[in-house]
Design a protein around this ligand. Sequence first.
Ligand code: 5GP
Ligand code: ZN
Length: 111
Amino acid sequence: MDCLFCKIIAGEIPSAKVYEDEEVYAFKDISPVAPVHILIVPKKHYASVMEVDDPSIIGHIFEVIQKLAKEFDVCEDGFRIVNNCGDNGCQSVKHVHFHLVGGRQLEAKMG
Ligand code: 5GP
Ligand code: ZN
């Protein structure tokens, strides 16, 4: 499959990995918008959240997000979780992923 994040998960393209287990992979965004900017992805390829057929993977991803938020010390000050879906949502990589963004005061405006 010609998917950038599948290649990153497979180790064919290097990444700054911060977490991995059997189902989930997390790595630093190559173009961070804040001091902490991590992408959390399921290892199984789903093009977007609309394709996810196993809700337990989403729960597991949020467990990983909690763990990473503690590890990267953004719990107290807060952070943002973002999922972009489809063209209007400006999803650029068609492998479902969640952004964990923090480490500075973020803009209130969404959209
Ligand atoms: P999207 O716009 O699809 O929600 O987010 C895709 C994210 O992937 C962007 O924040 C972008 O910077 C990041 N990204 C794109 N290519 C690479 C790459 O090769 N390596 C890493 N680590 N991040 C990437
Ligand atoms: Zn993929």
